[in-house]
Structures are given as C-alpha cells and as structure tokens.
Design a protein. Structure first.
Ligand SMILES: O=P(O)(O)OC[C@H]1O[C@H](O[C@H]2O[C@H](CO)[C@@H](O)[C@H](O)[C@H]2O)[C@H](O)[C@@H](O)[C@@H]1O
Ligand SMILES: O=c1ccn([C@@H]2O[C@H](COP(=O)(O)OP(=O)(O)O)[C@@H](O)[C@H]2O)c(=O)[nH]1
Length: 467
C-alpha cells in the first residue's frame, strides 16, 4: 500500500488551534490512515526561508517549513490572498495583481518542491491542496518526481471569463495539467473548470471527467464534496455541553433562543450582509424582538491584508449601529466576538443554538454548515439557514436556503427558523444528518484516493429530491 503524502499551506500541527476548514478536514482525513503532512510552519522568520521542523503524532508525521517575511508577504498575503482568493471567489473588483507577488508565489512553490522532493518515495501518493500550491506538481515533476499526484481545490472555481481576466492566467493554470486528478467541491466547479480548459486552456474535454492537455497528457477532474467527522462531532457536542464556556453561554441566554454564526473574518463570508439581514429581521418581525440573541464568532483572519482590516472596521461599525438602535437594558441582540474557539467548544455552542446562520457570498464548501447539523440534539434540533452560494447548499437542500444578497429573504428565513415546529425541524435535520453520516470525511478521502490510485469509485452524494 502506498504512503499518503498531504501537502497544504496550512498544517494543523499538534497544539495548533486555528480556524479553517482545510486544516480541520485534512487532520480528520489523515487520522484514519496516517502519512506525511508537509506545509508551512505558520512561522515567519528573519532568516532565509526553508528551515524544516519535524514532529509526529500517532501515525502522522508532520514536516513544516519556515518562511521569511518577504516570502510570506509575497506568496501568502500577496498572490494567494490578494490575487487568487478574490479571483476564485468571483471578486474581480478586489483582485490586486502584481508581477512581484506572482514571482514570490512561484519562488515559494519552488522552495516547497526543493524541500519536499528529497522526502518522497517512488510509490508515494501525493495529495496537494488548494490555491496556494497550484504549480507544485509541475515543479516536482521538473525535479524528476514521477509518482501519482492529485490536487484538491477547496475554494470555488469561477466562470472562465473571470479566470481569463487575470494577467498571465494560462501560465499558472496550465500547471494544473501536471496532476493526475483535480478534485473540486461541486459539480458546478468541475463544469466551470472544463469550460476554462476548452475556451482558454488549449485542452480538450472528454466524457467521464477525462481532460487532455495540449501535448496529449490525460488527467481527470471530478467533484468530491468535502465533509466532516460526523460521528466524532456528534459525540463531542454531547460532551461539550458541560464545558464551562458552553454552560456560561447557556446561562447568559435564558430564556432566549440563540442564533449562531461562526466564520473567519473574511469578505467571502457575507458578514456585513448577514448583520444587515439580522437587523432587517428585527425591523420586519418587531413582535419577536427580544426573543432571540445572535452570537457571531468571527476570529480575525489574514489580518495583514488590507481588505480584511477594512472589513473588521466595517463590521464593528455595523454591530455598534445595530445594538445602539435595538438593544434594551437587559438584552443585546448581537454579540460579536473576534476570538478563535477550540473546535470542541464550538460543537457545544452549535448544540445550544436554535438557528445556524451560514450566509457566505461564495464558499467552496463551508464546513460550519455541516458541523452545525452534526452537533444538534436529535430530539430538538436547530434549523440551518444556508446560502445558496455555498458549496454545501448542493447537498443540504433541507436547510432554509437563502440568497445572501436578499436581506428581506434572510430576515424572513430567520423568523421562519425561529418559529419552526419541532416535527418539521426533526424531519429536515434527519435528512441532512443521514447524508452526513454516509458521506463523512473518511468517505471523502477514500473516494478521492480510489480515483487517484486508479480504481474509479462513484462519489455522488445523491441530491435530495425536494427542498
Ligand atoms: O489558512 P487560512 O488563510 O487561515 O484560511 C483558512 C482556510 O480557508 C479556506 O478554506 C476552504 O476550505 C474549506 C474546507 O474544504 C471549505 O469548506 C471552505 O469553503 C474554503 O474556504 C482555504 O481554502 C484554506 O486553504 C485555508 O486554510
Ligand atoms: O473559532 C473558530 C472558528 C472556526 N473554527 C473552525 O474553522 C472551520 C471553518 O471551516 P469552513 O469550511 O466553514 O470555512 P473556512 O474558514 O475554511 O473558509 C470549521 O471547522 C470551524 O469549526 C474553529 O475551529 N474555531
């Protein structure tokens, strides 16, 4: 059996407790089979980039690499998060492109390849993750690595015309042809990538997910919707109810219902729109005022990037405005917390909540939506209000699906969820939970690996027949 080597920018090294679905999901995926996890150490150093650190936990060996400030600025803060992130989230208006950060991105990817290549064995299976590392397979192949290599894109694939708007797009995106399998979150992402290959990428698209690159190399592209460790989260949420932070939250709410949002502080998550939607709920459903408290957990993310700092200021202003207008001496409608919470604690918060608010403007998947469902009490589950524009909406049709730009729609969905009879809540929850139990994070890893390792598997979580 070949060894699994996972490569990602963000690595959940033991003791690390940072928000982000990729690290949470890959940790769960690696726990089952073990392997090597290679990536950035999370440290920016004064010296030259490239020092390696190694540690092990269980069957997982972690090897991480330091980056210096110049490289980190160009690669992570710059090209990854100011060029590719907005582009891939359909935000051409926020794309900041510079040749300098593009070169920094390439330089760091080349360093990843230099440091990783000597650690690889011929029969390894290498699984590279996300937009930070698009050219890595091509760079490894230049260094003589011949083993199977797969890529998984955790974020959306936008329409081809948007991709083609990025200067020099073909130079970057054509490096994807060096992989054997490219995984996407949804079928729509696959289709948009196929359109790009056909229209701008000089390649051909065949049935069954097969693509042909210019020059004749063949590879596959398919959808593998990422998931969560459903059974683990369900049992964690029961135990978490006794954690002091969860008990304190419950005590502070009574007798009011809780609506919860948990998102990195990122413009893709639609937080200003959600706050405004909540305010619209307070106005449109004035009779219910005081019956529900909205807790938004929003740990600061990518705080060195200008757009993220501006978002933080904007949210502070909107939150102040909402509470200033609607709070009464014994009730604050919106609790806005910029702290990162341990995953286990969050499961307890989810279980307390009657509503989960997940309304991104675009999201590759959104694991919080799935975690919220997995953490509910089967006898008295909460209701998920979910954006149509999150990848998760493709599989979670029993949520209350909303367009996050439609503030009245979000307001009314909050009211509907708050008043939904128990029988209907149970019915909707059960359907989503059944699917999450079947297609959990382990099924995701196995399905991807089965295709990458050459044994085609059917991975199509059946969409429910009706909403
Ligand atoms: O590593 P950071 O810059 O701190 O950001 C955290 C992660 O954000 C993004 O997560 C995505 O992956 C999730 C799991 O597949 C998915 O549910 C979500 O929709 C995506 O936004 C990013 O893609 C990761 O690389 C980051 O580590
Ligand atoms: O304070 C926090 C906030 C979030 N998360 C986790 O971060 C992940 C966020 O993943 P998601 O796919 O929803 O979005 P991303 O941040 O990856 O874009 C989820 O597993 C959350 O439980 C966490 O551990 N602590």
């Amino acid at each position: 059996m070949s060894r699994l080597v996972v490569v990602s920018n963000r690595v959940a090294v033991p003791g690390e407790n940072r928000a982000g679905g990729l690290a949470v999901a890959l940790q769960a995926a690696l726990e089952e089979k073990g392997g090597l996890w290679f990536g950035w150490s999370g440290r920016t150093v004064r010296e030259a980039s490239g020092a390696l650190h190694e540690q092990s936990e269980g069957d997982i060996r972690f090897v991480t690499m330091d980056l210096n400030k110049r490289d980190h600025d160009a690669y992570y803060n710059g090209f990854a998060n100011r060029t590719l992130w907005p582009l891939l989230h359909f935000r051409l208006d926020l794309v900041d492109y510079s040749r300098e950060t593009r070169e920094g991105y390439r330089r760091v990817n080349a360093l990843f390849a230099d440091k990783l290549a000597p650690l690889l064995r011929e029969d390894d299976t290498v699984w590279i993750h996300d937009y930070h590392l698009i050219p890595l397979a091509a760079l490894l192949r230049e260094r003589g690595i011949g083993c199977r290599m797969g890529f998984f894109l955790h974020v959306p694939m936008p329409s081809p015309d948007l991709m083609a708007a990025m200067p020099d797009h073909a130079r970057l995106f054509s490096t994807l042809y060096s992989y054997d399998l490219i995984g996407f979150q949804t079928q729509r992402d696959v289709e948009r990538f196929q359109d790009y290959v056909r229209l701008f990428g000089g390649g051909r698209v065949f049935g069954d997910g097969v693509l042909e690159a210019p020059g004749g190399r063949r590879l596959r592209a398919a959808a593998f919707p990422i998931s969560i460790d459903t059974a683990h989260i369900a049992s964690q949420s029961v135990a978490a109810i006794n954690k002091p932070a969860v008990r304190d939250l419950r005590r502070s709410l009574e007798p009011r219902l809780l609506a919860i949002g948990v998102d990195r502080l990122d413009y893709s998550k639609g937080l200003p729109e959600r706050f405004h939607g909540f305010e619209r709920y307070l106005e449109r459903h004035a009779g219910e005022r005081g019956s529900l408290t909205y807790l938004q957990i929003a740990p600061v993310s990518r705080g060195d990037v200008t757009e993220y700092r501006q978002l933080r200021n904007q949210l502070e202003q909107i939150a102040g405005h909402i509470n200033g207008n609607h709070a009464v001496p014994d009730w604050t409608p919106l609790r806005y917390v910029n702290r990162n919470f341990a995953h286990a604690t969050l499961t307890g918060f989810y279980r307390l909540a009657r509503l989960g608010l997940v309304t991104p403007l675009r999201d590759g998947m959104n694991l919080v939506a799935k975690e919220f469902v997995a953490a509910q009490d089967p006898e008295d589950p909460g209701v998920l209000v979910l954006s149509l524009l999150a990848g998760a909406a493709q599989e979670m049709k029993e949520a209350l699906l909303v367009n996050p730009h439609d503030l009245d729609g979000v307001a009314d969905a909050i009211a509907t969820a708050a008043n939904m009879p128990k029988a209907q809540r149970i019915e909707r929850w059960r359907a989503m939970m059944d699917r999450l139990e079947e297609f959990d994070i382990h099924a995701w890893r196995r399905a991807y690996m089965a295709v990458l390792e050459g044994e085609p598997a059917l991975w199509a979580p059946a969409a429910p027949a009706s909403a």
